[in-house]
Design a protein around this ligand. Structure first.
Ligand SMILES: CC(C)(COP(=O)(O)OP(=O)(O)OC[C@H]1O[C@@H](n2cnc3c(N)ncnc32)[C@H](O)[C@@H]1OP(=O)(O)O)[C@@H](O)C(=O)NCCC(=O)NCCS
Length: 176
């Protein structure tokens, strides 16, 4: 996949190619708002494109996982994987704030491939400590994130539009 498409970081001069992931808010973020988030240092957006279309984009921002946002048992499980001397009430994370695959490329493994890429990106090329990837997943997309190894942070948001989910990057480091 990475041989076929060009990878870029959104900047102030980027010309965006057509994109439609089927979700109006996510489309609008990529096509209109991403540059403003960049200007305000609030999120950075990356994308893959071919000659005609944007295939997939994601935007990322700093985040944390804390005992405040998680169910007690879940945070205990998270802490259980960290050496006792390094136990804290919160741990550094990166949030995938927006994520979308163009509808012409849905269900072809593109989302999974790019999620794998993001995980590696924050293990090997990150400039600051970052242990987890977090996401506020649309309920209808939470199945996709589960398949990609994400877990729920709390049961308190069960009836909300989005569910807070996390992935422990250490899962991959151990396997390397
Ligand atoms: C959700 C999204 C990113 C998935 O991308 P994708 O490239 O179609 O996903 P993949 O082809 O890699 O799918 C991987 C697996 O997840 C499953 N899957 C994909 N979308 C799913 C969904 N919405 N719900 C449940 N499972 C889903 C696939 O069936 C596949 O399962 P399989 O391995 O058993 O065949 C894409 O559908 C999209 O852009 N949706 C609109 C925007 C959106 O909802 N973004 C997420 C915001 S939180």
């Amino acid at each position: 996949m990475f041989d076929e498409f060009t990878f870029s970081r959104h900047d102030f001069t980027t010309t965006i190619k057509p994109f439609d992931c089927g979700d109006t808010d996510i489309n609008e973020f990529f096509l209109k708002d991403a540059v403003d988030y960049l200007r305000q240092l609030l999120a950075i957006t990356y994308f893959f494109e071919n000659q005609d279309r944007t295939i997939v984009f994601f935007s990322v921002l700093n985040d944390r996982i804390s005992d405040y946002d998680s169910d007690k048992g879940i945070f205990r499980k998270i802490k259980g994987k960290i050496p006792h001397k390094k136990h804290r009430r919160s741990y550094p994370a990166v949030k995938v704030g927006r994520f979308g695959v163009d509808h012409q490329f849905h269900k072809q493994g593109v989302g999974t491939e790019v999620m794998r890429f993001i995980k590696q990106f924050f293990i090997s090329s990150n400039m600051t400590g970052c242990r987890y990837i977090t996401i506020d997943a649309y309920k209808q997309s939470s199945g996709f994130y589960k398949k990609n190894g994400f877990e729920f942070l709390t049961s308190k948001d069960q009836s909300d539009k989005t569910r807070a989910m996390y992935f422990d990057l250490m899962n991959l480091v151990i396997k390397l």
